[in-house]
Structure formats: C-alpha cells, structure tokens
Design a protein around this ligand. Structure first.
Ligand code: MG
Length: 390
C-alpha cells in the first residue's frame, strides 16, 4: 500500500511514468492528462522525470521572450514605479491564480500554469497602446494582435533548437494560447471541430482577467490616479470594502486597500471555482475532449459577478486606462514606436541578422512587426534615440 510500482520508480526518485499515473489517479476525468497529450509537431523522445507540460513550462521560463516581459509595460509605463506591475509580474500572478483554480477543480495545474506564463509573450512594448499602434502600422499588412503574436513567438520566433523554429510546444499549450486565432500551422480536421480549449486553458483565460482587474486597481491607487471615494462607485470594490471592515474594523491605509484587493481576488476565485464546478456537473463532461466539443466555456463567473465585472471593466477604462497621466505618456511612447517601425521598413538593414533572414518567407512588414513587438519598452526608446540622433 502506498508505495510506487517498482517498474516506474527508481531508488527514491520518481519517473515520468509514475507522474503520469499519479495524474490519472488524482485528477478529474475531464482534466487534460499530460500522458494523453497530442504531442509536438517535431517528434522528441520523452523525458525521464518530467511530464510533457512540465517541459513546456521550462521552455517558456527559459525563453528570451519571457525574460523580456520584465521590461514591458502592463498599464503604467515600465520603470515609472518600482512597485507597479510589469508584464512579467502580471504573468506570474496569472499563473498563481490559475494554479489555485486548477487544483481546486482537480485539473492539471502544470498545464494551466504553463499557459498562464506564456499568455502574454506576444505583447508589444507600451501595453495596449503599443498594441493599437502596431495594429495601425500593420493595417494594410495583416494586422497585429497580441494573442496571435504569442503563438508566433512560441511557434516561430524563439529559436532554441538547431533543426526547427520555435519551442516545439505540445498541442495543448498552443491550443491554450490560440484563443480565437488560427494555428500558425493548419490544424487537422479533428482539431477544427473543437469549439473550446481545455478547462486548463479556460482557467488561464479567466485568471488573466481576475489578475488585471485586481492589480490595475492596486496600481492605480499606488500611482495616485484613483481615490478611495471614487472607488466606492464600483460595486465589486464596495462589497469587498465592507467585508474587510467587518473583519478588521480598525483597518486603515496603507493596509486597508491591500486587504480590499485581496478580498476581491478571493471573491472572484471562489465564484469561478464554485460556478465552474457546478457547470461541469450540469453538462456532465467525462473527458478533456468532451470539454473541447462544448458550445461555450465551462469555466465561468456566476451571472451576478459577470455583470459586476463588466461594470468594473468599464470603470477601469474610464478612470485608469484613459486617464491623462496614463494615456498621454503612452501616446508619446507610441509615436516612438511608429517612428522606429517606419524606419525599419525604409531601412531593413537595421534589423538584426536573425530577423532579416525571415523577410523572404514572412514579408518585410511582418518581419518588422515581429521585431518591434519583441522589443522591451526601454530597448525601443533607446533605438528611437539612436534613430533620431542620425
Ligand atoms: Mg494578460
């Protein structure tokens, strides 16, 4: 009783086969097991003591695109405050929340975490304003969208292997990054029938929202563009504020708003876990593939919270994302982005050697777009300074 079968464990350390057996024993029937992965585009032999999704997580964490997230803006221009979120800390928070939800629903934590860590790899410098500007620059050339770009990063732009482009990630991780986009490589007819990704991918998707709702409020308070009384207009904030004061009647700033943010995350995660557990039971899915054939996601908020979150999102757009102190800085940064983009189009010799090699297959504009999208905020500003100093 309790000891691992001799064939799949060796002298006190665990083999991959044992981990795969553990997943089958512990995870729900509708979880995506790593042993059932559809695998990778380029065949590779399996690892002795890591599952396929653990390997993918390592490939993402060790990628250059992942390290660059540290110097990319989330909402507030990178470098304007030491405590403000960056794309990197955002991604880590999304991963943490994803793991919590996945574990609670007996789903595959490794997969949910891996998708969360990779979900923003394709983000351009300067946050959403940068994305809009890049889309504008690419209007006549196929557009730009960060989800699609995250897939391009892992399928094409990262070069870690001598015999193929990209990171050669499993189908399940790429599926999680795909959102509503087509695969860079055309899917098989079977994959075309899927309407939803795995539950683990659906978790990473909602965890992303929960994370930015809460940390954008937190950062906006830190950056002093939101005030307490203003926040009282929002129902999600108001409810958590009251709950905190019931528990800690003496709570005052600077702790008070942190307690409120924590409560908001807790309320959102609790709601998603309980609502999703019920929706999974109601539909009665028995496998990861049955999940993929559902008309709509099973990981979801309750109707009440969905409505409250829509209001919160409206509140954030009105009071944070379009606030002059945010929008004006981002607008100036975006003008730099446009100038750098246009300079490369006119003078592609300025692109690095690796990027220049892609012009023939990908076209000039797409190659420039990939190059600029991959830049950190500070690299783009330095490049702008070099260009304008000419
Ligand atoms: Mg995100």
């Amino acid at each position: 009783m309790g000891s691992a079968p001799a064939a799949i464990s060796r002298g006190g350390w665990k083999l991959r086969e044992q981990m795969e057996a553990d997943e089958r024993r512990v995870l729900a029937p509708f979880a995506q097991k790593s042993g059932d992965s559809r695998g990778r585009k380029y065949r590779e032999s399996s690892h002795a003591y890591r599952t396929e999704f653990q390997r993918d997580r390592a490939r993402i964490i060790h990628s250059r695109a992942f390290r660059r997230l540290e110097y990319k803006t989330q909402v507030f221009l990178n470098g304007t405050g030491d405590h403000l979120r960056t794309r990197l800390t955002h991604s880590i928070e999304v991963a943490s929340i994803s793991r919590t939800i996945a574990r609670s629903l007996s789903l595959n934590e490794d997969l949910a975490e891996t998708i969360a860590l990779a979900h923003d790899l394709g983000h351009s410098p300067f946050g959403h304003s940068g994305e809009e500007m890049l889309a504008e620059c690419m209007r006549e050339h196929g557009g730009f969208e960060h989800n699609r770009q995250s897939l391009r990063v892992v399928e094409l732009l990262e070069n870690a292997y001598p015999n193929f482009d990209g990171l050669n990630l499993t189908f399940e991780v790429r599926e999680g990054l795909r959102k509503r986009q087509a695969f860079y490589d055309p899917p098989t007819p079977e994959e075309e029938k899927y309407r939803c990704p795995s539950l683990e991918a659906q978790i990473a998707n909602l965890a992303d929202e929960i994370t930015y709702y809460s940390h954008d409020l937190d950062d906006a308070l830190d950056f002093e563009i939101l005030s307490g009384p203003q926040l009282e207009e929002d129902a999600v904030w108001q409810r958590s504020h009251r709950a905190v004061l019931r528990r800690y009647p003496e709570a005052r700033e600077p702790e008070l708003h942190k307690l409120i943010i924590r409560d908001i995350i807790d309320v959102e995660v609790h709601d998603v876990v309980t609502t999703s557990a019920q929706s999974i039971v109601d539909v009665g899915v028995q496998s990861a593939d049955e999940v993929r054939k559902q008309q709509s996601p099973l990981i979801r908020y309750s109707d009440d919270l969905l409505a409250a979150n829509r209001e919160l999102r409206r509140f954030l757009y009105q009071n944070v994302y379009y606030h002059p102190r945010v929008a004006e800085v981002n607008r100036r940064a975006c003008e730099m982005l446009r100038k750098v983009f246009e300079t490369y189009v006119v003078d592609p010799d300025r692109l690095g050697e690796t990027a220049a090699k892609r012009i023939e297959a990908e076209g000039l504009h797409r190659t420039v777009c990939d190059y600029v999208a991959g830049m950190t905020d500070r690299y783009l500003m330095e490049e702008y300074a070099r260009i304008t100093a000419l």
